[in-house]
Structure formats: C-alpha cells, structure tokens
Design a binder for this molecule. Structure first.
Ligand code: BG6
Length: 498
C-alpha cells in the first residue's frame, strides 16, 4: 500500500466530459489498486444541479464505462463513494468559493486530517481565470505552507492560446501558487511508452553512443488518428492541431527523444534539459513557415470502409473554417548532438490509421561490402518506438536469408510491452494523478518549457496569419494527409513511415 498523505481532491468542472471519461475512472482505478491515500475526500464543483447522490450515480456509470478496472462492483463503489461530495457552484461567484473554503475546513476537521488540497481544473479554459481568482479571493491556499499542509493546482491544456495568453495564465497561476505547486497535465507524459523513451536511451549502454548526428540521418515523429473532431467542435475549431497536439504532446515527444542526459533523474533536472533542448530548436522565419510547415484539413472520405463527413460539415464547425486538422513540419535542433539532422513531425485527424510513433533512421552504410554480390540497396537501420497501439520498440536490421545464396533481407527485432511484461500498463491519468497526490512533478510541464514551445508555435501562427488562406479542405478522410506533407520529405529524398 502506497503511503500517500490524506488529501482532499476538488474537481472543478466535475460534471464535464473529461472528468467523467478520464479523471473519475482514474481516481477509482488508483483507489481499487491501493494507490490512494487511506483518508481522502473528493469534491465535485460544477454548474450542473446535482445533489451528492445523483452525482455519485453519474460517476458510477462513467467508471463502469471507462475504468480499466471495470466492471465495478456496487459494494466496492459504495465504499469508494462514501468520500464523494458535490457542490453546485458558479465559477464567477465568490459565494461558491466561500462555500468551498468552509467545506474543506469542515471536512478536514471531521476526518481529522490536515487540509491538504488538490485543486483540479477540468473546466473549459474560458473559466480558468475565474477559478484561479475565486481561489485567490477567498484565501483558499494562503498560509497552507506554514501550516504544514499542501495545496496543489492541476491545469489541463490548452495552457493559453498563444505565447502572450500562456504567459498571462501563468502569471495568474503564480499569483496564487508556487511553481512547485502547479501541475500542468500533458497526458502523453503519463503514457508508459513515453516514459520508456528515457529508459530506452539512458538505461542501455548500446544506444546512447550512436544517438547523434554522426550516426542518425533523420527522425520522424508521428501522431496519426483516424477519429475526427467528434463532439469537441467548440474547443477544437479555436485550437486546431497546432495548439491541440503540436504545442504540447509533440514538443514533449521531441524533447524526450533529443534531450541530453539529465544530471539526476528528477523533476527539475529533466525539465532543465527539456528547456535547453527546446531553446536549441531553430526559429522559423516566414520563409521557413512557407517551406517547412504544412497544414491540412480533412474532406469527406472513408474510414474503415465507412463514409465520413468532411471537417466543415461536422456539427458546430463553420462552412468556411480554416482550422487545421493536420500539421507537419521539419525542424532542426542547433546543438552539438543534432546539428544537421532534420526532425519531421506530423499530427492529424481522420487519417488512414491510428498510430503514434517515433522513427529514428540511421545513416546508410559508409561502404557496402555486399555491393559486388549484387546486393546494393540495403534498407537503412532504424529504431521504431511505437507509443500506441501495440506499444513497443522494433529495431530494424539486415540479415542473411537462409540458403546457399547470399541474400540480405530486412528483419525486425521486436520488444512488445504486453508480451514481455504480461501486465496492462496503468492509464496515463492514473499515473499522473498518483504523481500529483504524491507531489512528484517529473511528468508535468514546467512554465519555461511550456512557454518556449509556445514561442515556436506562435511564430508559425504569425507566419500563417501573413500568408494567403490555405485551399482547405486539402486531404481526404482516410488518406495519409495532404500531399504537401509527403513532398516535405520527398524533397529530401525521404518518405514517411506509413
Ligand atoms: C488530446 C487532444 O490531448 O489528445 C485530442 O486534445 C487528441 O484531440 C488526443 O485526440 C490524443 O490522445 P491519445 O491519448 O488518444 O493519443
């Protein structure tokens, strides 16, 4: 049993989608596995009118639909839900926050526990400032440090809309919390396979010596989805893939694959290295944005043999929307390790397949011993780190085909998570919530890596605002994205790992 401090977890936006699909199932999963404080209280804070009992009913349904541990027995749920409360509230009303303050004080004394509180913002970003101001105005967190209790705030992406708004949001957060109390969630960092990137690189002696521009030709990072925008039109149409995926998940993957070894495996040392890495990403001029960044939007097409509508036909999307549902770019990292190695990064919706992977391609042989025997075009070596699905790593090499003739064929050496460990990995949210309660920030974005990523993304957004509107839609649903994304690699004699 993990030894976690008694905690009160307040979920703002507790009746929303994220809370029901991800947060409550993760809280229950942790509790059921014993990775939860013995003394705990969960308080839902949202606008929808529920009482404690009707709120618990909705949670039971969500957990039964989404929790890794489902089906959930009613008896178990009754034990868990004894600690759940609901506060119908308004984000802009001080009264609601006063009630929350009275609630946390009363419950801490009833449960005879210190007032350790996690404030989890699972609301639309439009009310972040209201919630932060509410917490500040009623003095919810003042003096907790002196009294030996902790206060932590959890914030979901998008952390802002561009560099400026991200900076303002940050300032507001820092007017209430210290940086070491702020947990910016990027759920990719909670994925086992993403955490394994550092283990793969730094727990093995054989890869790191060749993980540089002497041996690596280029790197591809792809997050391809076959789902469309679904019911998230309101949020997505204002964000696009550039803010939804590139600014956060893709920049985190880039950082992990390319950072220098940290001095210690701890939150600050790892995040210091990420900041150094992101600072070395070459800035994009307007010309670079024109030539090295591709954006796309899906049209109608076929996914799994079924017809699907185009982005502009989705409910809640304007007929003339110029929001990007696909983006690809070529970046360079100007440092000793990576000088001259292009990183091609792409993410998009309604594509032919669902996969997230990092492909590291090694340089071709300096000399082919086998050329004289008629074997000229041997495939270059590569390491493919599959983040999802089929989590694992494959190393692609050339091997002699059995037989009297000398024939060299590409083969894969495969490590597969499920068959090697025979365990199902915890959900990303379980891992991240566990870390929040235990106070470990290693898997969370820090203000500076988040802002540097925004700098790059804002320069692209500014570039786009100076360019002509794109000819959207420009790729069919069920394809690999716009042809310009293929051309980005073709121009360098390469192709995506489709
Ligand atoms: C979310 C984005 O952060 O990540 C979604 O908002 C995207 O648009 C999702 O679909 C992808 O996450 P995963 O875990 O399915 O790869």
């Amino acid at each position: 049993m993990a030894n976690l401090k008694p905690s009160i977890i307040v979920i703002f936006g507790a009746s929303g989608d994220l809370a029901h699909v991800k947060i409550f199932p993760a809280l229950y999963g942790l509790w059921e596995e014993g990775f939860f404080p013995e003394t705990f209280i969960i308080a839902g804070f949202a606008r929808t009118k529920f009482d404690d009992e009707s709120f618990k009913k909705t949670i039971f349904e969500s957990i039964n639909s989404y929790c890794r541990k489902r089906p959930v027995s009613e008896d178990n749920f009754i034990n868990f839900s004894k600690h759940i409360y609901y506060l119908p509230s308004q984000y802009a009303e001080q009264e609601s926050f006063k009630k929350l303050s009275e609630f946390t004080t009363a419950k801490a004394s009833e449960y005879n526990m210190p007032k350790n509180v996690v404030y989890y913002l699972s609301t639309p970003p439009s009310v972040y400032d209201n919630v932060i101001d509410g917490i500040k105005n009623v003095g919810l967190v003042s003096g907790t440090f002196k009294s030996g209790c902790f206060s932590r705030v959890v914030i979901e992406k998008p952390f802002g809309y561009d560099y400026k708004s991200a900076e303002e949001l940050n300032k507001n957060l820092l007017s209430v919390f210290n940086e070491d109390e702020i947990y910016r969630i990027d759920h990719y960092l909670g994925k086992e396979t993403v955490q394994n990137i550092l283990a793969f690189r730094f727990a093995n002696a054989i890869f790191e010596p060749i993980w540089n521009n002497k041996y690596i030709e280029h790197v591809q990072i792809s997050a391809l989805e076959s789902i469309g925008v679904g019911l998230r039109a309101g949020y997505f149409d204002k964000s696009g893939t550039i803010r939804d995926m590139m600014q956060n998940h893709m920049m985190q993957l880039l950082s992990l694959v390319a950072i220098e070894p940290p001095a210690l495996f701890d939150a600050d040392d790892i995040r210091d290295e990420k900041v150094k890495l992101l600072k070395s990403v070459r800035h994009l001029s307007l010309n670079d944005v024109k030539n090295c960044v591709v954006r796309g939007q899906y049209d109608r097409g076929m996914i799994n043999n079924k017809p699907v509508i185009g982005y502009r036909e989705e409910e809640g999307i304007a007929l003339n929307s110029f929001t990007d549902t696909f983006m690809a770019m070529k970046l360079f990292i100007d440092n000793y390790r990576w000088a001259g190695v292009p990183f091609y990064i792409r993410a998009g919706k309604r594509l032919k397949t669902f996969k997230t992977e990092i492909c590291v391609y090694f340089k071709k042989l300096p000399y082919s011993l086998f050329a004289k025997t008629g074997i000229e075009n041997m495939r270059q070596n590569s390491v493919i780190i599959t983040i999802q699905p089929n989590e694992g790593i494959s190393i692609n090499i050339g091997a002699k085909m059995p037989g009297f003739k000398l024939d060299i064929e590409p083969v894969n050496m495969v490590f597969n998570y499920r068959s090697s460990f025979k365990l199902s990995p915890p959900e990303a949210y379980e891992r991240l919530i566990y870390d929040i309660i235990s106070g470990d920030q290693t898997l969370f974005a820090r203000y500076d890596d988040m802002l540097i990523a925004w700098e790059l993304i804002t320069s692209i957004l500014n570039g786009w605002s100076k360019m002509e509107s794109p000819a959207f839609p420009n790729y069919e649903a069920g394809s690999w994205g716009p042809k310009e994304a293929d051309n980005l690699l073709k121009a360098d004699g390469l192709s995506w790992n489709n």
